[in-house]
Design a protein around this ligand. Sequence first.
Ligand code: NDP
Length: 353
Amino acid sequence: MGWLAKIRTSKPVLVTGGTGFVASHVILALLKEGYRVRTTVRSKKDEKKYSHLFLLTHNAKELVEIVEADLHKKESWLAATEGCDFVIHTASPFPPALPKNEDEVIKPAVEGTLNVLNACLANNVKKVVLTSSIAAVIIGNERSCCTEDNWSVAKLCAPYEKSKLLAEKAAWEFYKNNKGKLELTVICPGLLWGPILHKNSFTSGDIVQLIMRGELPAIPNMSFPIADVRDAALAHVRAIQREETNGKRYIIVAESFSAQSTVGALKKEFGQYGYRFPFLKVGKCLAYLASFYNPMFKLFLASIGLSYEISNRKSQEELGIDYIAPEKSVVEMVYSMLEFKLLPAKGKISPKL
Ligand code: NDP
């Protein structure tokens, strides 16, 4: 082990939400760079949700520490952040359907972020990297080419989008009020695909499973800003390593990718094994009807017919992200789901990761 790696392993980097899709990849990227990691889960008893972290690398068992913390419990973050210079805050609810009450997602996102930031301040943490979302950037801005200067319009946001917007705004307000005491970088990823590292369900994976299970009756006329979870994870790690990212937000989006291109990429790879894909394209009215059949459609109704132009220049130039193409991300995600037996294997398909 080189001297740099030794230094990196002396203090753990805290990653919040260790059971998550994004956090698992962030932890893997940190381990690969020689960092020690502490990560939070809501309950240590639920070992099935985090045991995969100990298998991420040959030495993960020694380098990954699990602690309990809940976004609703302010006091839990003091112990979690103690002794850390860097905190990567990914934990936040990302539900697969619209919540009954928007506070179910907004409260843990906003108050949870402030609880984490306050604990970081109390423990002299040097820097926080916050996982926000492209949902905090683009909503209501479809007429311009979106950059990091754009902010979503709260009154046009669905509850999850609003939770990300308000949590990020609260973090920047906190940063402004505590200038010089704590650094902050914000990562705003698009919808994330790429290989899964665990069997826990999560919303961006549920969407791909829906398509692969033949439960998408038709293709909505819409595009998603997509990125690969490995690029998003790398962005978080580069943000803790590069001081020049302090006080900045970064869009992480490979490209705006249509639902039709997504189905096309999956059909090209998996159609030969007997998986069935929709071919009819639908607009808002039919998608509205489909939302009674599957409530996940409700998440996307507002985006049907819209397309966004999004610049990823800043992340390429300042974080050095060389984007993985969405076709590759979605196909590799499906192969990993087959490997974890989350999708039924058909024909002579063999997972190839
Ligand atoms: P997951 O659902 O896989 O992970 C969410 C994590 O947040 C889980 O670890 C979950 O814990 C934790 N969490 C939720 N509520 C609480 C709470 N009250 N207290 C403590 N922990 C909590 O989602 P992703 O990994 O996909 O998302 C992670 C982050 O990335 C989120 O901030 C999300 O908004 C953001 N993001 C994700 C994108 C994507 O496409 N996946 C795109 C853009 C941003 P538990 O397992 O106990 O529920």
